[in-house]
Design a protein around this ligand. Structure first.
Ligand SMILES: C[S@@+](CC[C@H](N)C(=O)[O-])C[C@H]1O[C@@H](n2cnc3c(N)ncnc32)[C@H](O)[C@@H]1O
Length: 219
């Protein structure tokens, strides 16, 4: 399917959800906003909040960032994709449309958000996506062993410096040679800028690309 047709399908569903008045009970295991300075303990416990579905539906990659994702994965043609941060399932849906023969494993901490993602995957009739519910640090160890080698990893949740570096180091040994790790929101906070700098300084890659808001490394 052509990219314009895919965008039309995904964005019209997003638009529909953005016009609903539902409120969703969410457990947020992420870093909140850059000013919040949540502690590691706060993030392990999670914050119980109510969020408008319209706000959740708007979250996630679109526009230029979605094109970056498209360019990388259509060239790479990954068999196995890991995503940290499902949200409403729009990025996993895009990946599924872009590489329909891949198998996509995506993790979401908030059960009600994971339910919305699964509904969206069903709505689009996408059958190659598995949503795992739970905190990344809880779900990852078993999942990595089960699904490796991973050809493409998209890190798009828990935008905290230490957490991002931990996921980088944890996932790296399970990546295939020639695989790609894509990090979203690398300029979201000072901590995320530092995390991206440390990833680059690690030199554990063949090449990297800095897209300002996203960064990718080729292994
Ligand atoms: C930016 S959104 C993901 C957007 C999605 N990738 C897209 O582009 O459509 C990040 C998601 O990660 C989840 N999340 C954040 N920190 C998490 C953690 N430590 N464990 C599990 N889920 C987490 C949040 O609940 C949120 O839904």
């Amino acid at each position: 399917m052509k990219i314009d047709a895919i965008i039309k399908i995904v964005e019209s569903r997003r638009n529909e959800l953005m016009h609903r008045a539902d409120v969703v009970e969410v457990i947020d295991y992420g870093a909140g906003n850059p000013q919040e300075n949540r502690t590691q303990e706060d993030m392990v416990l999670g914050k119980h909040i109510k969020v408008m579905l319209s706000v959740l539906a708007e979250t996630g990659i679109k526009g230029e960032r979605m094109y970056n994702l498209y360019n990388i994965i259509t060239k790479l043609n990954p068999k196995t994709i890991l995503e940290l941060g499902t949200c409403c399932g729009f990025s996993s849906s895009y990946m599924s449309f872009f590489v329909p023969d891949s198998k996509i494993y995506t993790i979401e901490g908030s059960p009600n958000i994971a339910t919305i993602a699964k509904e969206n995957h069903r709505f689009f009739d996408l059958k190659n996506i598995s949503v795992f519910e739970g905190r990344f640090d809880v779900v990852l160890p078993e999942l990595l062993n089960k699904i490796s080698p991973i050809d493409f990893a998209f890190i798009d949740g828990h935008h905290d410096k230490e957490a991002t570096l931990k996921y980088f180091r944890q996932i790296l040994p399970f990546m295939s040679q020639g695989g790609v790790m894509l990090f979203d929101d690398i300029a979201w906070s000072d901590g995320m800028k530092e995390a991206w700098r440390e990833i680059i300084d690690s030199k554990q890659y063949v090449k990297f690309e800095d897209y300002i808001k996203m960064g990718a490394i080729w292994l």
